[in-house]
Design a protein around this ligand. Sequence first.
Ligand code: PEP
Ligand code: MN
Length: 264
Amino acid sequence: QSSRLLHPETTIIKTPHSVIGGDQFVMMAGPCSVESADHVTRMAEVAKAGGATIVRGGAFKPRTSPYSFQGLGETGLQYLRAAADANDLDMITEVMDDEHVAIVAKYTDIFQIGARNMQNFSLLKAVGQTQIPVALKRGMSATIDDVLNAAEYIAAGGNHQIMLLERGIRTFDNKYTRNTFDLGAVPVLQKLTHYPVIVDPSHAVGEWDLVTPMAMAGVAAGASGMIVEIHDDPTHALSDGPQALKPKTYLKMAQQAFQLHTLM
Ligand code: PEP
Ligand code: MN
């Protein structure tokens, strides 16, 4: 089902304000976590100003430490929904657990499956039972075939609205970058599957000053869109501050990305 051989046309995913996988480059931006109603609304405005049609934000956060901020839960979903609606944007947010699929489904336009859950098969089956688009992030140590099989778990349930997110893989040298951005995965996944491929330069490199060059590299590699983390006060961000682009930097990067995409 996922194979390009059986389905040569790229899958086009339509959400109320976005077309993913078509000719247009799709920008998704927002804070790592939904922090407050006011903050996420302001970040949605910034996202939109950069040309984003989708605002991101985590309400259920997969933190490495159980003592780190875990997200606002359903309240966060409500804040993100309101921020999206106020700006005529779609929203994307992570669902971490099959128990939460129904509640996240009440609010979101796109489910994000996080890297840590790429092979959470009960979660994949649960989102596969819905008709809500799914953005499947590549696991930290997942091979391309692992990604394809994970996507197949979703498709097997009847949900074919899948996009694949390259967000960097575990690296042997994480002193300067958080992960290794596997740019080669972009054309490889496009060759093997008909699902749109999106790049996440933020998690791939983990440092804000490296995000713009890698974002451009993702566009040049042929991605259908990108998801990027932004924050107006990164030092006080509740998660992933070091990799967040401040509004001005984001706006410049986004403009360059759309421009570069026109050459592709
Ligand atoms: C995120 O998008 O904030 C996130 C936790 O990403 P990943 O699952 O790629 O680590
Ligand atoms: Mn993050």
